[in-house]
Write a protein that binds this ligand. Sequence first.
Ligand code: C5P
Length: 405
Amino acid sequence: MNDLHGKRILLGLTGGIACFKAAELCRSLVKAGAEVQVVMTEAAAQFITPVTMQALSGKAVYTSQWDAREGNNMAHINLSREADAILIAPASADFMAKLIHGKADELLSLTCLARPLQKVPLILAPAMNREMWAHPATQRNVAQLKADGTHVLDVGQGDQACGETGDGRMLEAEEIVEELQAFWTPKCLAGQHVLITAGPTYEAIDPVRGITNLSSGKMGFAIARAARHAGAQVTLVAGPVSLSTPRGVKRVDVRSAMQMNEAVQQLTANAQVFIAAAAVADWRPALAADQKIKKDGSGDTPELSFVENPDILASVAQTARAQSGALFCVGFAAESHDLLAHATAKRARKGVPLLVGNIGPSTFGQDDNALLLVDAQGAKEFPRDTKTKLAYDLIQDIAARLVKH
Ligand code: C5P
């Protein structure tokens, strides 16, 4: 995943034990394609060395406003103009208190104050003991920082280095990277509620066996993440997959097509967009045995008979909200050949305005895919790319359709 490509991030470290996580964060930012310039306060250097941060960022670290490396000796001006964002992680209680007063008695706070407000966003990842975080002074400072236009990230909850447990941990590196990626995504779905199905379903034969399919859920999860980054409220109804929930997405786990159907029917009432990316089993065993079906040694095989599952997408597409345009429905088609013909026919059969075709065998379980978007006007291709990138493109495309209809 490379979606911070070309972003220049000034990573500021202030004093706190969470500085140990800043090393991982720096690495993750670089891995995501960002160019990272580290600035550390004197207190931060008590917790982690500039040597470590230099090695991980690939750039000499700044720690002093008197750094003679700068020709004009104005490190605070130069650094703040060379950044697309300033990210302070960890942001200590003390540093936040300084920021609200516009104090500028060392390089990092000086750089924050000197930054062009409209061009260089300031993002804070607070980290401190739970009592310090809960203190009215800190909460007052957070409110003031937000009022001043600073983007203050949430804190994590759990065990703290001091031995206490509660709110105040710095978010993990991957969560902060995720927040930055979301930060830079245009909010084309702000105020919308998007409901997504993803993954396979599992249809039990008996308590230990069942039928399922090779869908990994990766495309649906990537779409949920992209929709969230685009500002939507997202609910993801997931079949049995081993994927972690995208940050900020509400996940409802189901196993069978019947359970998925029940969950979806309840959740569509509040949604403006329904994206059916799940590979729902067409049939389920007519009777799931209560006990494991035993091999009896006779050579006889069990008689299995099947009944058809409800078509979740087609039934949602028939509802009054979908028919009136209040709920925009998007279907998927996983085909093995003749994608355009099958996707076109499926769009008509399901009664949806947009159907997204892909070649099942060449995408199931993979991190990349190619999409064919079929609507009433015709078809267009999204050529092979990562599912992450395709999901962003698809969400933008859907958002543009919402504006039109
Ligand atoms: O008919 P087919 O399974 O190929 O249709 C695929 C599309 O319909 C996908 O969007 C899938 O999520 C949806 N679907 C559904 N309920 C089913 C079968 C498919 O929602 N029972």
